[in-house]
Design a binder for this molecule. Structure first.
Ligand code: SF4
Length: 379
């Protein structure tokens, strides 16, 4: 398959690995930002093929994982109402809130529907004018444009019984927060190509300069990751810290101007809580004042719900790259994909699920003590 198989070629992979081995002279810690990158790395054993000097730290870029418990509880509250049809992508239905999940709401009579596009939810609203239809809009810069466009369409078509429960997050403020943590070991980033295909790359040079870290944009196939690591290690060894696009077949420096214009129209930047981490300033989007009528939190008055994360789950440390999944005491014992304690085990993009799925159980080691987040700018 074009653009797939040639990016999985084992001979080319070996040549890239040879180049990395020949370049590296000392230890480096690189963070891959996105859960899709993490799954490629763990599935293909890339972390085990790299020279031992190169450590890959798994970052927070899993949309399901970082959606706060509080937002899940708001979804559960709204979905339980008899007048509501609650629409979501399927991966959110198993994410545990406080005591239950959306599947259980459906099992007790809630009208919870899996859709494949936010526009499907808008169609459900058109077909059910006497019901309130809510779409669960979560994720990064990748899923925000279609959600923005759906709200734009709802307003344009005068569809009043549709609303969005919004929990969108942005990558650059998370990179800033990670670099400002006193426990941070990250020396370079593999940035997520799909995010940059929407947003472009202009938010990254300032971060690279301020924190002295190379930022290399990669795709999601094995050779994309290896090429990203090769370019990153080369910069680190030379003492450079620039932004480099290793995914030019999908990413243009300016991103997607139409998608960015839609985001600017429908959303505005706001502080946003990340599950297990806390509030990161300016790290999310909410509906702008022009579209506030379409905000499900306001429509259903669920602003007041607050929650506490389960103490046993250390996904906050996993999401910040402070802990590897197999170092969590619960990994593979009390926490498995069938009975997850945290969202990083539920989500198909979660680092804990990747370690479990690709048989990293044998790595289970005694847990490190909880890393201190004291003094972190993540509040
Ligand atoms: S293994 Fe389970 S309990 Fe441990 S951090 Fe991952 S999701 Fe949380």
């Amino acid at each position: 398959m074009k653009y797939i198989e040639e990016f999985q070629d084992p001979d080319l992979a070996e040549r890239l690995l040879d180049d990395i081995r020949a370049t590296v002279t000392r230890p480096w810690a690189l963070m891959e930002v996105c859960g899709g990158q993490t799954h490629t790395i763990i599935r293909h054993g890339i972390d085990q093929l790299l020279p031992e000097e190169v450590e890959l730290i798994h970052g927070p870029g899993c949309p399901v994982c970082v959606t706060p418990l509080e937002v899940i509880d708001k979804a559960l509250e709204i979905a339980s109402r008899p007048d509501v049809i609650f629409c979501s992508f399927g991966d959110m239905l198993r994410v545990p809130g406080t005591g239950r999940d959306l599947f259980q709401v459906r099992g007790t009579g809630g009208d919870v529907r899996v859709v494949y596009s936010p526009l499907d939810a808008l169609r459900v609203a058109q077909q059910n004018p006497d019901r309130q239809v809510v779409f669960f809009g979560i994720g990064f810069e990748t899923t925000a444009p279609p959600n923005a466009m759906t709200v734009y369409q709802a307003r344009k078509l005068g569809i009043r019984n549709f609303s969005l429960l919004v929990s969108h997050v942005r990558v650059p403020p998370a990179i800033e927060a990670i670099m400002q943590s006193p426990d941070c070991r990250v020396q370079a980033f593999l940035a997520a190509g799909h995010v940059c295909s929407v947003m472009g790359m202009d938010e990254y040079p300032g971060l690279a300069e301020r924190f002295g870290v190379p930022i290399v944009v990669t795709g999601f196939e094995p050779l994309d990751i290896l090429e990203g690591v090769r370019r990153t290690v080369r910069q680190l060894e030379r003492g450079e810290h620039t932004v480099d696009n290793a995914y030019p077949r999908a990413v243009r420096p300016e991103g997607n101007p139409a998608a960015r214009a839609m985001l600017d129209d429908v959303f505005e930047v706001t502080d946003r809580a990340w599950r297990g981490i806390g509030v990161i300033p300016d790290s999310g989007w909410r509906l702008s004042s022009r579209y506030r009528d379409y905000d499900a939190e306001h429509r259903f008055a669920v602003d007041g719900i607050t929650t506490r994360e389960p103490a046993a789950c250390r996904s906050g440390e996993v999401l910040q790259g402070l802990l590897k999944p197999h170092e969590c005491e619960a990994f593979g014992t009390t926490c498995t994909p069938r009975s997850p304690l945290g969202a990083t085990m539920v989500s198909s993009e979660g680092a804990c699920a990747a370690y479990y799925l690709y048989r990293r159980l044998e790595l289970n080691t005694p847990a490190r003590p909880a890393a201190s987040l004291e003094g972190s700018p993540v509040v």
